[in-house]
Design a protein around this ligand. Structure first.
Ligand SMILES: Nc1ncnc2c1ncn2[C@@H]1O[C@H](COP(=O)(O)OP(=O)(O)O)[C@@H](O)[C@H]1O
Ligand SMILES: [Mg+2]
Length: 303
């Protein structure tokens, strides 16, 4: 089941495959849909296709942005497929994926690199952004607004047509190769006003909107991800969509596709629908007794 291959889905190279193995089994050739002849598959690219069900023209826009050497911003609520999309696109383009989950304490050194003390020596260690710029590949900064403000200073010359990374501490000015792509994501509803992306930052990025997929597509995803029976998955998705509407009644974050997949996986393991959904959907999204009850009512009416 796909949930168990999360590391692969995120684009982590599997095992210790050698460089020649990667080149022979070019993921780009396997995809057959991308004809960027000047972008050979790079060692470290995922060999196995991370499953992604397109909802619109997002893959075409992403590919065009890659060929035009532009950076991409993915907007949308949590659990609606942004991370999976990036993993899929990196595979499709034959590029390694460097994912950074941003948080309040993340500084530009975490991205660019720092000197480490090893014995009596000081050695420079590249951060994930620098690695991606040196070697090529997709660098995905997940929830970028969470990171400290000093990171945007780094991202500006890299995300516009200069495509430069200034590594201040080593005095290097790195020019990103054509195979480098910067991708950032953010969840517009979730952050505080104070933590919004500045216009000067967001206007450097080609932007894609993500949302919960249409009902039939979401059911297809749940079936594919969990192996749950299609009829039961259909009911689960219908209940999930009704639960999302509780946002109007004060539910802080709506359950995304991720939570429906989680509930489906528990049902597949033999739990009843109510029990599975309470554990995988209801409790993770609310501590409020009234909202909990409202969600259970929806589930009891559905199953
Ligand atoms: N379009 C999609 N195709 C395939 N799986 C999807 C899709 N949308 C959501 N999912 C499922 O939902 C889960 C959460 O998606 P993820 O990409 O992690 O969300 P986000 O990064 O937007 O928070 C994925 O692991 C996958 O199981
Ligand atoms: Mg994500």
């Amino acid at each position: 089941m796909n949930m168990h291959s999360e590391r692969e889905a995120r684009g982590f190279p599997r095992g210790q495959a050698s460089e020649s193995e990667h080149v022979e089994d070019s993921p780009r050739q396997a995809a057959g849909s991308f004809n960027g002849k000047d972008a050979p598959a790079i060692a470290g690219a995922a060999l196995k296709e991370p499953y992604y069900r397109p909802v619109g023209r997002e893959a075409e826009v992403f590919e065009a942005a890659y060929r035009a050497r532009m950076a991409v911003l993915l907007k949308g609520p949590t659990g609606c497929g942004k991370t999976r999309f990036v993993a899929h696109m990196a595979w499709r383009l034959g590029l390694p994926l460097h994912t950074v989950a941003c948080h309040d304490d993340l500084t530009s050194s975490d991205l660019v690199g720092r000197y480490l003390i090893k014995g009596r020596e000081t050695v420079w260690a590249d951060g994930p952004l620098t690695t991606a710029v040196r070697e090529g590949g997709v660098c995905y900064l997940d929830e970028v607004v969470e990171a400290r403000k000093d990171t945007t200073v780094i991202l500006h010359p890299l995300s516009d047509d200069r495509r430069i990374l200034l590594v201040e501490k080593t005095g290097e000015e790195l020019h990103a190769p054509d195979s480098f792509m910067l991708v950032i994501s953010y969840n517009p509803g979730y952050q505080h006003i104070l933590k919004d992306l500045k216009p000067s930052t967001r206007q450097r990025f080609v932007s894609l909107d993500f949302d919960y997929p249409p009902e039939d597509v979401e059911a297809e995803i749940v079936v594919r991800e969990s192996g749950l029976d299609a009829a039961v998955a259909g009911r689960l998705v219908r209940a999930g969509r009704r639960m999302r509407r509780l946002v109007d009644s004060g539910l802080e974050s709506a359950p995304g596709t991720r939570l429906l997949v989680h509930a489906a996986a528990l049902m597949k393991e033999g739990l009843g629908p109510q029990e599975a959904c309470e554990a995988a959907i209801v409790r993770p999204v609310t501590d409020d007794a009234d909202l909990h009850k409202a969600m259970m009512d929806i589930l009891n009416a559905t199953f």
